[in-house]
Write a protein that binds this ligand. Structure first.
Ligand code: SF4
Length: 335
């Protein structure tokens, strides 16, 4: 446990946590909605300062398809999340603190994480698996050291940070994949206990920071898979983030509390890919369907295959950010 960042005293010993857009008021002895920030006698502490999972992953697994493709990224998480998604695929890691358990993990200091990344030949460190916002202090300390060591930083997030939190992260991150789970406030409120509007605002802020940005939507049958809603998401990305922003439309599999429906039909994912392209997006990727053609990258100008993917394995791929077929520039960070 360590003293937390980004909070203020609101009333007597009650504190206002300013880390995410829930802005919890926490009474003495209480915890915030994420379950990892606790008020002890008027001071806010974080319990999310130990590492619950750490692996070297392909950067494609984040997923990031246009950021240093083919490289490895040291990926880690502390336990906890500020969302309560009923379909969560990482519930043992993310949801237990919300239910009252204290986060479990190993004490691995930022210096050691950076050393592990370098010794494994990683080009970056990823803050991922659970929700990195809730382990902000560990992320910030690690990200600073990572930059000093010449490593890039990647955040994989639900995009629900407070503006103050994003401001602190602005100079530290190089790339992000942000979930845009739906385009309906009702879905965010009923299924995630969160809100859509701050996520949309943060996506625009992140784009303005100049981080490389990719967006993921898990397409869930009878929840967010209508052509109208998928079209709304695609048009938001095209118009507010830019047509060069990759959109990953991923296949749902029943998990956690959402066992009342089957996996997303492949045809629905293919329809989502078409909807994205019709909205003008240059790069729309089918996710969770290994071997699908829409996992690969094609030049939006001439159609040449630029990066061939099968799951996390790359086949043919271009060495730089220029299409060898027509000479068009390809959006992304390639070296
Ligand atoms: S991080 Fe978010 S959910 Fe957790 S205490 Fe702070 S404002 Fe609340």
């Amino acid at each position: 446990m360590r003293q937390a960042s980004l909070w203020t005293t609101s009333d007597n010993q009650t504190v206002l946590c300013q880390l995410c857009s829930h802005f919890c008021h926490i009474d003495p002895g209480g915890r915030g909605r994420c379950g990892v920030r606790i008020n002890r006698d008027g001071t806010l502490f974080t319990l999310a300062d130990t590492v619950a999972a750490i692996h070297s992953d392909p950067v494609e697994k984040k997923p990031l398809f246009h950021f240093l493709p083919g490289t490895k990224t040291m990926s880690f998480a502390a336990m906890g999340c500020n969302f309560a998604c009923s379909w969560c695929q990482n519930a043992p890691l993310s949801q237990l603190p919300r239910q009252g358990s204290s986060p479990q993990g190993q004490c691995i200091r930022p210096e050691k994480i950076v050393q592990m990344a370098l010794s494994e030949g990683c080009d970056s460190i990823s803050y991922t698996y659970s929700e990195p916002t809730i382990f902000f202090e560990l992320m910030e300390d690690t990200a600073k050291l990572a930059h000093e060591a010449g490593l890039k930083n990647i955040m994989v997030s639900n995009g629900f940070q407070s503006p103050q939190c994003l401001h602190r992260l602005g100079p530290l991150m190089d790339a992000a994949n942000i979930d845009l789970k739906a385009f309906a406030e009702d879905t965010y409120e009923q299924h995630c206990e969160a809100r859509l509007k701050p996520v949309l605002q943060n996506l625009k802020r992140i784009k303005a920071f100049g981080w490389w940005l990719e967006v993921t939507t898990l397409v869930i049958p009878d929840l967010n898979d209508s052509p109208e809603e998928l079209g709304d998401i695609a048009h938001f990305i095209a118009e507010s983030l830019g047509v060069e922003t990759p959109w990953h439309v991923s296949r749902f599999h029943p998990d956690y509390q959402m066992s009342d429906r089957g996996p997303t039909p492949t045809s629905r994912i293919e329809q989502a890919v078409e909807i994205g392209k019709n909205a003008g997006l240059q790069f729309v990727y089918a996710g969770n369907i290994a071997g699908h053609m829409s996992e690969s990258t094609f030049c939006p100008n001439c159609g040449e295959m630029l990066i061939e993917r099968r799951g996390y394995t790359l086949g043919k791929h271009i060495p730089g950010a220029v299409c060898p077929g027509c000479g068009a520039a390809v959006a992304g960070v390639f070296a």
